[in-house]
Design a protein around this ligand. Structure first.
Ligand SMILES: [Mg+2]
Length: 415
């Protein structure tokens, strides 16, 4: 059996005006839906970034994968590397971190190949990753400060969230809707004293929920140490308080709160430095840029050996990605934290039915075969049509923020 055809469909997902230290989410998040079709008709599904550099990389690598055995994942990686010799990253200049194009493209095609393998064998992707060690995968509520509405649109159902009390209201709705047992706040948006107050108010409203805050490197070392000292005993972990490995190490040395990252450890090559400098205690995995689902479980093993914790990162995504995340999480034994997901913010999907319902904040592992999700062609066509009219080809939260506030400038650190 060999790969015969690959279809790449860019889609746009309606998104909410969620704030972070570099701006605000645009009205649409972009994704690419991947279908890999073998010569016997078996089809594997994948989902990756939809920004223009990622999409162009996928388009350039796809022809090189024709004729590949979908079990030969090492060869997949070398064919992708050969097809994209210039390498480089995928993100806009204003993004908080960049990801290697070759890793992103390899990851994007690994998922459908493993979906095919599972379908051939009648087994789930989780089984191919070593077998699920948990039947359900817990997720955290991903809480954002936000504007009430996009420019030119009516207020959305979440309304404006720009104060600590409004954040508590958002958290209560998120927990009531999905049952999440831990809470993560996207920080770096308000003055640090207001974000500290937010965490104390969340602690009061949810005395037993582990709490995290992630300002995406938006604080100075001085600010981060100040916040960490105020929040000792309150936070489960502090994610990327500052930008850069050395700055993270400085903060880590000054607090007992574990520091987590998806900004200074993005590749296997960076783990040794983070370990040596004691900069990070928790690494966030993400199969979209770590090299795929297998590589993500390998990351789990590396973290276990180094006595680091492992959690899971998320970008705005649809159900194919969610299925892959759940399989990876189910087969990463030392995953010790509730995973991040933007899924509750996304009111659309490309998979059939409604396979993902959070119960007590957790998702059941899809039974498969493969990923265990099926493409809904009508939904895919709708979101593909939205991509054509959306007029967005690259995520740029800073550019969109300037439409709300013409004087806004990206500053790292901001506080
Ligand atoms: Mg993060």
């Amino acid at each position: 059996m060999r790969i015969a055809e690959i279809h790449l469909t860019p889609v746009a997902i309606p998104d909410k005006p969620l704030l972070n230290c570099k701006g605000v989410h645009q009205p649409y998040a972009l994704r690419t839906i991947i279908e890999v079709i073998c010569d016997d008709g078996t089809t594997g599904l994948g989902e990756s970034y939809g920004s223009i550099k990622a999409l162009e990389g996928l388009r350039r690598a796809a022809p090189a994968l024709r004729g590949l055995d979908p079990f030969h994942l090492h060869e997949l990686k070398s064919r992708v590397a050969a097809a994209l010799p210039e390498g480089g990253g995928i993100n806009a200049r204003t993004a908080v971190a960049d990801h290697k194009l070759t890793d992103v493209v390899t990851s994007a095609f690994e998922v459908p190949c493993m979906d095919i393998q599972g379908k051939m064998l009648g087994r789930s992707v989780g089984d191919l990753l070593g077998g699920a060690v948990r039947e359900t995968v817990p997720f955290s509520a991903y809480l954002f400060f936000k504007f009430g509405a996009h420019i030119g649109q009516d207020k959305d159902e979440w309304g404006e969230v720009l104060t600590p009390d409004q954040m508590v209201r958002e958290a209560k709705k998120m927990v009531a809707d999905h049952g999440f047992k831990s809470l993560k706040v996207k920080g770096g948006v308000l003055h640090p004293d207001l974000e500290i107050e937010t965490m104390f108010k969340l602690r009061e409203a949810f005395p037993h929920h582990p709490l995290r805050i992630d300002p995406n490197g938006g604080w100075t070392v001085e600010t981060a140490i100040y916040v960490a000292r105020r929040l000792e005993g309150v936070l489960e972990y502090l994610e990327d308080p500052v930008a850069g490995m050395d700055a993270m190490a400085q903060v880590a040395a000054a607090t007992s709160i574990p520091l987590a990252t998806n900004m200074v450890v993005l590749e296997f090559d960076q783990i040794a430095e983070a370990f040596t400098k004691r900069a990070v205690k928790v690494v966030l995995s993400d199969h979209h840029y770590w090299g795929g689902m297998r590589a993500s479980t390998h990351l789990g093993k590396v973290c276990e050996v180094l006595d680091m914790g492992i959690s899971m990162h998320s970008n705005s995504h649809l159900g194919i990605t969610l299925a892959a995340m759940v399989h990876v999480a189910s087969a990463t034994p030392n995953l010790g934290y509730d995973c991040d997901t933007h899924y509750p913010w996304v009111g659309a999907d490309v998979v059939e039915g409604a396979p993902f319902v959070f119960r007590d904040g957790a998702l059941a592992v899809p039974r498969g075969p493969g990923l265990g999700v099926t493409l809904d062609r009508i939904r895919l066509a709708e979101l593909a049509a939205l991509y054509e009219v959306a007029g967005v080809r690259e995520r740029d939260d800073t550019l969109y923020m300037k439409q709300f506030d013409p004087g806004y400038e990206r500053r790292v650190p901001r506080w």
